[in-house]
Design a binder for this molecule. Structure first.
Ligand code: BEZ
Length: 208
């Protein structure tokens, strides 16, 4: 069965390009951006790895650790990282999990047999410090992910956790947010003394 939002991310032990890890211990008190890709030395994957490395400061500012996976070996990953750094003008330091026996890819339902029996699709798991899965996305092999969107959903999740709000379509930080219908007007007045806008009784927005 596939993993769902709210599930505990399965723990695993793995060899990675930065040494062996126990996944939950490696996440520690941070968030994790765990993403799979089909194979080393392939063009779309190379751009995605480069983009993740280029965004290192953006992930760190949000307390998020990136970690990749493909069904290749550590030795193959290490050779490929040199190519990623060279072609994408970056310095990739986050770990890439080696999963040549597909054990972790299967645990996370990253193998979609109609696409490939042996290579992972482009899965994304955003995992919080409690090791709960907070977001899943799955892209086909031929489509590179949008990393602005990955940072945006992390911002939305973290803002909703700390401020108990929801975010509207296409929200980006700085824009008005939504007061969930579960919060009464009286509680909203106390929580948001700056005032809020009632468009409908179920649709209230506030500037943070
Ligand atoms: C790529 O990364 O370019 C790729 C990998 C597997 C299938 C299609 C594209």
């Amino acid at each position: 069965m596939s993993l769902r939002i709210g599930d505990t991310a399965p723990d695993f032990h793995a060899d990675t390009t930065t040494g062996p890890i126990q996944f939950h211990d490696w996440i520690g008190a941070d968030w994790a951006f765990f993403f799979s890709h089909p194979a080393d030395f392939t063009p779309v994957c190379t751009t995605e790895m480069g983009r993740t490395a280029q965004l290192a400061e953006q992930f760190a500012a949000r307390g998020v650790k990136p970690i990749g996976l493909s069904t290749d070996t550590v030795a193959e990953h290490v050779k490929w990282i040199a190519d990623v750094n060279d072609t994408q003008n970056t310095n990739l330091v986050f770990p890439i999990v080696a999963d040549a026996d597909l054990g972790i890819a299967k645990l996370y339902d990253m193998i979609h047999p109609s696409e490939s029996e042996t290579a992972a699709v482009r899965s994304v798991f955003i995992i919080d410090p409690n090791k709960k899965i907070r977001l899943t996305m799955t892209y086909p092999m031929s489509v590179g992910r949008n990393f602005d969107e990955i940072l945006r959903v992390i911002d939305a999740l973290q803002t909703s956790d700390t401020r108990h709000i929801a975010t509207p379509a296409d929200w980006v930080p700085g824009q008005d947010v939504i007061i969930p219908p579960s919060i009464s007007d009286a509680d909203a007045k106390a929580a948001f003394p700056q005032g809020f806008r009632t468009i409908r009784p179920y649709l209230r927005t506030v500037k943070l």
